[in-house]
Write a protein that binds this ligand. Structure first.
Ligand code: SF4
Length: 429
């Protein structure tokens, strides 16, 4: 294990910051396929991995399958792993069969895993060769979801980054806005209505609902992140000319208002128009959040590193719901996309980047917070010790962004606390 104190001058957060390295307990990047395949409705994800990889995505996504699934695993057998079989030939055959059978698929992602990484299978070259072979039928690219390289939300970043080079160039003199990171369709629709009212046109959501929704990019592109785990893609888009708008994430009434205000300011929209458009949804969101405040106020919450949503969630909970933040553990602390958040956190809140599982759990046990946000693998152990938990994966799967979801977001944290108080009353009576 190692822990490194990070100087606060390197960050926009004035408080204590530590980097930990040690045993991790986080899902791998393959997990991102679950929400990506729901979002990009004509994409197929072919994991090149082991039976373990197949079980992971099958069990995590199984409940959502109601039609032909758009993900599968090409399982590497012992002969492949021993280097006795030609994996490229096998992959070629599997992909050709898939494309022949699934005419509605317009984008194929080859997804690397721990086994494909260990045997050094070059999926990038394989994707380029397969692309040349199937040029007119489907776009093909690759990314890594391996647990050696990625934690679960990083899978999305890797996926999106793999398509940046294909984005067309924005014509000189034109402007557009890219909203980066998966949001649900319902959130996209709500955001589009507000952008229309603000007079902000040519807005692209990336990823879009269709694989062919590829936003043009260039110096006229403004970029805003809707998710905190897209830092590498943001850097790739900035390298192609996009200008990043600094803002907190659109979580809660205040976060959503500041997010839209930052975009409106970048577009020089008149103040009175912006206030007029945002006022109603903002007030509605505040009312929805405040209806849960009595269950949350004064409670202590602890974030263990998992989804990279930890910092913006902590900001929402402290700023709007009155919770005290014990500690924010986050697998990565990306200063680029997090700038708009850090100045709103109380300076004394400690941020721990990375993970060393045992000491991290010890700190939870010592401080016994009212609620711990953590991965599914850790939650049961803490619950058995009488500690209330919230699965962080729920925050990724649920539509939580924007004004209309602010109340639901607060209720996600209130529910386990309410459940506890019911249990307490039950056991007393
Ligand atoms: S990619 Fe690695 S961590 Fe993820 S399921 Fe496969 S073997 Fe496990």
């Amino acid at each position: 294990m190692s822990a490194v104190i990070v100087s606060s001058t390197e960050s926009h957060h004035a408080g204590p910051q530590v980097q930990e390295r040690g045993q991790r307990a986080v899902f791998c990047g393959l997990t991102s396929i679950i929400w990506l395949h729901r979002r990009i409705q004509d994409a197929f994800f072919l994991v090149v991995g082991s039976r373990t990889c197949a079980h992971l995505i099958q069990s995590a996504a199984g409940v959502m399958i109601f039609a032909e699934p758009r993900f599968a695993t090409a399982i590497l057998g012992e002969r492949d792993l021993a280097g006795m079989a030609d994996c490229h030939e096998e992959l070629d055959r599997v992909v050709s069969e898939l494309i022949a059978r699934r005419s509605g698929i317009n984008r194929l992602f080859l997804v690397g895993s721990c086994p494909s990484e260990v045997i050094k299978l070059d999926l990038e070259t394989a994707a380029a060769k397969l692309q040349a072979k199937h040029e007119n039928k489907v776009r093909i690219s690759s990314f890594s979801g391996s647990g050696i390289e990625t934690t679960f939300t990083q899978g999305e970043d890797q996926c999106l980054k793999s398509t940046v080079a294909e984005l067309p160039t924005l014509e000189a003199g034109k402007e557009n806005l890219i909203v980066l990171g998966t949001v649900s369709d319902i959130v996209e629709d709500q955001f589009r209505r507000l952008f229309d009212e603000l007079g902000i046109t040519d807005v692209h959501f990336y990823p879009g609902r269709k694989a062919g929704d590829m936003p043009p990019i260039g110096p006229g592109t403004r970029l805003i992140a809707a998710q905190p785990f897209v830092g590498e893609t943001a850097r790739a888009l900035i390298a192609r000319g996009a200008v990043l708008i600094e803002a907190p994430f659109p979580l809660g009434a205040e976060g959503s208002k500041s997010w839209f205000e930052a975009i409106a300011e970048a577009y020089s929209r008149p103040d009175d128009l912006v206030q007029h458009v945002l006022e109603l949804p903002y007030q509605r969101a505040k009312r929805a959040v405040s209806s849960h405040r009595s269950k949350l106020e004064g409670k202590r919450i602890h974030f263990l590193p998992d989804s990279q949503l930890e910092i913006p969630m902590a900001r929402f909970l402290s700023e709007e719901c009155g919770l005290a933040i014990n500690e924010i553990g986050t697998p990565f602390h990306d200063q680029l996309v997090m700038r708009g958040e850090l100045s709103r956190l109380a300076p004394e809140v400690p941020i721990v980047e990375g993970q060393d599982l045992d000491p991290a759990l010890e700190r939870v046990r010592e401080s016994r917070p009212d609620l711990t946000v953590c991965g599914m693998g850790i939650a049961n152990a803490l619950e058995s010790e009488g500690l209330r938990t919230k699965w962080s994966i729920e925050l990724v799967f649920s539509p939580v962004q924007g004004f209309d979801q602010a109340g639901d977001l607060a209720s996600l944290f209130a529910k386990p606390l309410v459940r506890e108080s019911i249990l307490e009353v039950g056991s007393w009576s």
